[in-house]
Design a protein around this ligand. Sequence first.
Ligand code: FE2
Length: 485
Amino acid sequence: MKEKLLAFFNEKELFISPEALEALLQTEQPLENAKKIAEQPGKLFIELKDVPTSKPKITVERPANKALASQIDTRIREFDEYNITGKSASSGKIEDFISLFQSRFEQLSKILKARGNAIRDIETLKKKKPGDIVRIIGMVNSIRTTKNGHRFLIIEDLTGTLNTLIIERNKPLMRESYRIIPDEVIAIEGKLSKDLFIVNQVYFPDIPARESHKTEEDIYLAMISDMHIGSKLFMEKNFRKFLNWLNRKEGNEKQKEIAGKVKYITIAGDLVDGVGIYPGQENELETENIYEQYSKLAKLLEEIPEYIELISIPGNHDATRVAEPQPAVRKELMEDLLALPNFRMMGNPGQVSLHGVEVLMYHGASIHSMVPHIIDASYEKPEKTIAEWLKRRHLHPVYGEKPPICPEKRDYLVIDRVPDILHAGDVHKNGYITYRGIIGVNSGTWQAITPYQIKQGHAPTPCILPIVHMKTGKLSVIHFEGGLT
Ligand SMILES: [Fe+2]
């Protein structure tokens, strides 16, 4: 190389000092650097100071740092037949109530019948002799404890009504009886006596043994709910951290890697705080206009990369009817949201398949009518109520309590398709359960504790994000309430 350099400078009629030559030889590309030096006009002598001392900067072309999920095609199937939006046909007449309960009975008895054994109509029991063992399917009319400590259960089917008794000394069944709730459909097995039917066994429709679906792709589902945009208590700073994380600007390397794999976000209702939801709510609102509340949400969700699909349902604070099933919010109220290419809203409940993984979304307000009737259900552990919905294959069995049920021709609250994931919100308390292979999630909230919740003694868990790795079915959480953990 030394000779080459000397020959080069000779040809250019330039003189180079021994020190400069030595320094030039130490650089990464001596000949290239020699050419650069020679190009400088008016140079005759090349000294040490003319030689670049630092190694030349090597620029490497990096491939664009793309999120993995951005390379994966969207595969969403909405189960439209379970979406009430645009289909509500109820006029609130007596016939509507009859068809709602018939629909519930038929759908759930079909599931119970699939478990086998001869099922009889109540009417046919008249022909049976005392002592015969029979199994029937019925809707629970009422259940109460008798003076002697037995449980008196009246059930009915399309052919008649039956008085039944769970005997106090049958301890396991007594325990089970404290989870029997009005208006649900169950199967009972028992012995006929002269005037009564003594129950030996109770069967809930329940979830059959099955293999849950997973994706082939290495992607995540993130679940949020109850942002309550428009409320002064919306935790915007924390929500922005979540948005930054999705953009891989927040969190440690592992968390950023996961963020790049988030392909879907489900939103289980209470997107906004709404207007006129309860007396005095206006004092808690920052934005009193419902259009502006949805627009503000649109502004925030706009920050989410477009390759992440947002699938939402309404909740009881959203601008739709409170009675369930709830249709999606009317389009004209959320134009800015619908202008986002990756946003969609179904009714509540709503079910989708994401690459074959089925996600049932339900806001969850029926917890208010489940907790008083089920012995170990509580607001503290909303996941227990999720399991109870699955067990009875119904999201809101108790009629006549909160929230109201709209008498549609078909019962949209029956869990007809078995989901892989059930995502709920409403009580602002995170909770997780795996029930017969189904991942049940309550995704909590992004709103700080409200005066109402303080009065009720509720303890919300804001800004904790549940995520499911759809390839393995593994659930984990990311905390946005402080630093990212
Ligand atoms: Fe809420």
